[in-house]
Ligand binder design. Structure first.
Ligand SMILES: [Zn+2]
Length: 119
């Protein structure tokens, strides 16, 4: 289950971000492509297992799923591939290349409002 390693590195990135701003992370957004071979449920499970009973417990995880995208080599149109239909919806050609869907990105880290102790 490589999702555990991924969750681990995501949490490290979140902690680094939080430390930079001296704040507590409350929510993290991840962008996961269809082709990244990541199981969102397994990732969510790993995430919860790793944050359980740590200072990050309760940290919310939002997963944004990105479908596979191709670009037509004839007309340049970009389109989402559904049901393994690779024909260009604009010109009907079937010569195209994969341009997206392999993402594994940290979309955002939401931090707790920072209240300065000295005014
Ligand atoms: Zn086309």
């Amino acid at each position: 289950m490589h999702e555990l390693g991924i969750a681990q590195s995501v949490l490290e990135a979140v902690q680094a971000e939080a430390a930079k701003h001296h704040s507590k992370p409350v929510k993290v957004g991840l962008r996961i492509g269809e082709l990244s071979a990541i199981d969102p449920d397994a990732l969510r499970f790993s995430f919860e297992a790793l944050t359980c009973e740590t200072e990050l417990q309760g940290l919310e995880l939002e997963i944004e799923f990105r479908p596979r995208r191709h670009r037509c080599l004839d007309c340049g149109a970009e389109f989402e591939v559904k049901d393994f239909i690779f024909d260009c919806p604009r010109c009907g050609a079937n010569r195209n290349e994969c341009v997206g869907g392999e993402e594994l990105q940290l979309a955002y880290v939401e931090l707790e409002e920072y209240e300065p102790s000295t005014a």
